[in-house]
Design a protein around this ligand. Structure first.
Ligand SMILES: *Cc1c(COP(=O)(O)O)cnc(C)c1O
Length: 398
């Protein structure tokens, strides 16, 4: 293993600044620490991101997806159409709700659920579509919403990577019956850990409030079976600070992406669908030639001080809990072998961008030329890429 560059540009750089720390301390001194005034204020303020929908805060994006499905009455006997090219949480939430995920292909340009593939996956048991706004690119809601309407299906948006993204000026989170956001530290905004559900129908908001808190509105008057998925006020206070940072942080991500688009010439840069506002949770390129070539490039970049990451090396339908489904998804398999996410986060300087483009152009040209000279490289299996997460992030879920 080559040593990492002494001055590595990380692929993600979560912000926990003085304002976040002061907000957390203020809550700790106040003493109302669980689902109190900060959570209520965060829910109200976050509604703006979703075009004014009613929002319910929970302890993670996974909990948000799980409870959204439960609130819509989706459970045993139901199928939910999901992309396999996503974080496992997307499918896990379906299973946790007692339903079965049915995996459908992606559009290879946007990496999001392909509406035609979703249509083919619909059967008599289908209850919902669960598109993912992957990498911060909005899914093709202009086709998925009418598809769901024709078949009488609910839509749950997985917007865990897409705070502030939009399609034809309509924000993600405002298309489905419910939409779910994550506030994990590496996401576009965070609350340490946390999640939010935006709902179209206020009655579902009440159900969600019951589900997250043991089925109680009034203490010890349990109306339904619920869990404990409450958000803390420390998390909400941090989330409110991050929400205020979101517009500038998003513009910085978009400006960084534009700079990378303009300067990267050795690899195909990310495509954006017409009318899509991409918020670049990830800036993801394709490395032609397969996983071994891609992983070699990632190691080369790391040796030269540029962090990168693979989201996701294995499609969900090939992970152990799901492999028995036997789905055949060649476009998804190919994406898993080719994708590489480069740093695009708001903490990058102009110098960082220049270094990233110079190193990526140079290394990609060399690695791709080498792969062409030694046919067969693309089918060999390389050692996994060392994780290069930002500070304070223990795991790599996104
Ligand atoms: C991060 C993420 C989740 C889960 O959110 P957590 O807050 O980590 O539970 C779900 N779906 C996608 C696409 C994600 O990126």
């Amino acid at each position: 293993m080559q040593g990492l560059h002494h001055d590595m540009i990380p692929p993600a750089s979560p912000v926990i600044g003085d304002e976040e720390i002061e907000a957390a301390v203020r809550v700790l001194r106040d003493g109302r620490v669980v689902q109190g005034p900060e959570v209520a204020a965060f829910e109200e303020e976050f509604a703006e991101v979703t075009g004014g929908r009613e929002c319910v805060a929970v302890n993670s994006g996974t909990s948000a997806l799980h409870l959204a499905l439960l609130a819509l009455g989706i459970g045993p006997g139901d199928e939910v159409v999901v992309p396999s090219f996503s974080f496992a949480a997307t499918a896990n939430a379906v299973r946790l709700a007692g339903a079965e995920p049915v995996f459908a292909e992606i559009d290879p340009d946007t990496f999001c659920l392909d509406p035609e593939a979703a249509a083919s996956a619909i059967g008599p048991r289908t209850a919902a579509l669960l598109p993912v706004h992957l990498y911060g690119h909005p899914a093709a809601m202009d086709a998925l919403v009418p598809l769901a309407e024709r078949h009488g299906l609910a839509i749950v948006e997985d917007a865990c990577q897409a705070h502030g993204a939009a399609l034809h000026d309509k924000p993600v989170g405002s298309f489905g019956a419910a939409a779910c956001f994550s506030f994990y530290p590496t996401k576009n905004m965070h609350s340490l850990e946390g999640g939010m559900i935006a709902v179209a129908d206020g009655r579902q908001a009440r159900t969600l409030r019951l589900l997250r808190n043991q089925g109680m509105e009034q203490r010890y008057v349990n109306e339904i079976v619920g869990a404990n998925m409450r958000m803390t006020d420390v998390a909400a206070a941090v989330g409110r600070v991050q929400l205020r940072r979101l517009p500038d942080a998003t513009e910085a991500r978009r400006a960084n992406a534009m700079a990378l688009d303009g300067a990267l010439h050795a690899l195909p840069t990310p495509k954006v669908a017409p009318g899509a506002r991409h918020v670049y949770h990830q800036y993801t390129v394709r490395v032609p030639g397969g996983a071994a070539v891609r992983d070699e490039l990632a190691r080369e970049l790391a040796a030269r001080g540029v962090g990168s990451a693979v989201y996701y090396p294995t499609p969900i339908h090939r992970l152990k809990p799901y492999e028995s489904c036997g789905a055949q998804l060649p476009l998804t398999d190919l994406a898993c072998d080719e994708v590489l996410s480069l740093p695009v986060h708001p903490a990058l300087s102009v110098c960082d961008i220049a270094r990233i483009t110079e190193v990526v152009n140079g290394s990609a040209t060399a690695v791709l030329a080498g792969a062409m000279a030694t046919p067969g490289t693309s089918t060999t299996t390389a050692a996994p890429v060392a994780p290069t997460e930002g500070p304070g992030v223990a795991e790599v879920p996104s």
